[in-house]
Structures are given as structure tokens and as C-alpha cells.
Design a protein around this ligand. Structure first.
Ligand code: AMP
Ligand code: ZN
Length: 135
């Protein structure tokens, strides 16, 4: 079965489009977490962040900045979240990279998906070193 977001880019499945350029496409999420919830995707199919070129990531981020400003202008939210999931373990359900833009209002029903609690500084430093070595 064809990827649903590729079908949206090709116009085979309708979407409420808000932005399009050579590489990037943006449309409203069909099941919005809040009014104004939209998705920014690369036109080319990449499963998620692990196989997307950094240059395409930069283009998506440029559009995120543009659209965040447009959302603020249009909807006057109190804030806005960028949200992005990679693989099922991290909540990904559509396997074509997408960045969620979710306008936020004081008192809306959305909650942080983790409970912050202080970490072990030695463990944090060891993990930082591991990530640096992997670069
Ligand atoms: P994720 O869980 O990060 O993979 O998010 C997938 C998102 O795609 C969800 O927020 C869905 O509501 C949204 N979605 C799925 N199908 C469509 C569609 N046809 N048009 C717009 N948004 C969609
Ligand atoms: Zn796709």
C-alpha cells in the first residue's frame, strides 16, 4: 500500500494544504490535538529522522519558523509546540517524516508526556560522551 502522506503530496488524497514549495509540503492534521494543528513534511518520502538528509531537515525547520509566525498571526495562541516522532516506540504512526506544529492555549487539555525528575549527573555525562563519540 502506498504511503498516505506521499498520496497527499501527489494530490491523490485531499488535504487542507497551507504551504508548498519545491521540497516541503504542509497541511492540517485530520485529528487535531488543538485547533490549528498542522504537519510539515518533505515531499520526498523519508521514513523518519533516521534516514532524512540534514539539508531537508533544515528546509523543514525554515518552513516551521514561517508557519509558526503565521499561526500566531491567524490564531493568537498563548504558545506553540513542535512535536516529532520516530518509530513506533516514540509514537510514530505514519511512516513518512512529519513535524507537528501545535498551537497552545493556557488551560488547554494537552500534557507533557513525561514527568521531569532530577537525573544522575555522572550518568548524564557518560551518555553525553557516548553520543559525542558517535558523531
Ligand atoms: P504521528 O503519530 O506522529 O505519526 O502522527 C501522525 C499524524 O498524522 C496524526 O496526528 C494523524 O492525525 C495525522 N494524519 C493521519 N492521516 C492523515 C490525513 N489523511 N490527513 C491529515 N492528517 C493525517
Ligand atoms: Zn511517503
Amino acid at each position: 500500500m502506498e504511503c498516505i502522506f506521499c498520496a497527499i503530496v501527489e494530490g491523490k488524497i485531499p488535504s487542507a494544504t497551507v504551504y508548498e514549495d519545491e521540497h516541503v509540503f504542509a497541511f492540517m492534521d485530520i485529528a487535531p490535538a488543538n485547533p490549528g494543528h498542522l504537519l510539515i513534511i518533505p515531499k520526498q518520502h523519508y521514513r523518519n529522522i533516521f534516514d532524512m538528509p540534514a539539508e531537508i531537515g533544515s528546509k523543514i525547520m525554515e518552513v516551521a519558523v514561517l508557519l509558526a509566525t503565521a499561526i500566531r498571526e491567524a490564531l493568537n495562541p498563548d504558545g506553540l509546540n513542535l512535536f516529532q516522532s520516530n518509530e513506533a516506540a516514540a509514537f510514530q504512526t505514519v511512516f513518512h517524516f512529519h513535524l507537528h506544529l501545535i498551537p497552545r492555549w493556557e488551560g488547554d487539555p494537552l500534557r507533557l508526556p513525561w514527568r521531569p525528575s532530577e537525573g544522575n549527573i555522572e550518568e548524564i555525562s557518560n551518555i553525553a560522551a557516548k553520543i559525542q563519540e558517535a558523531l
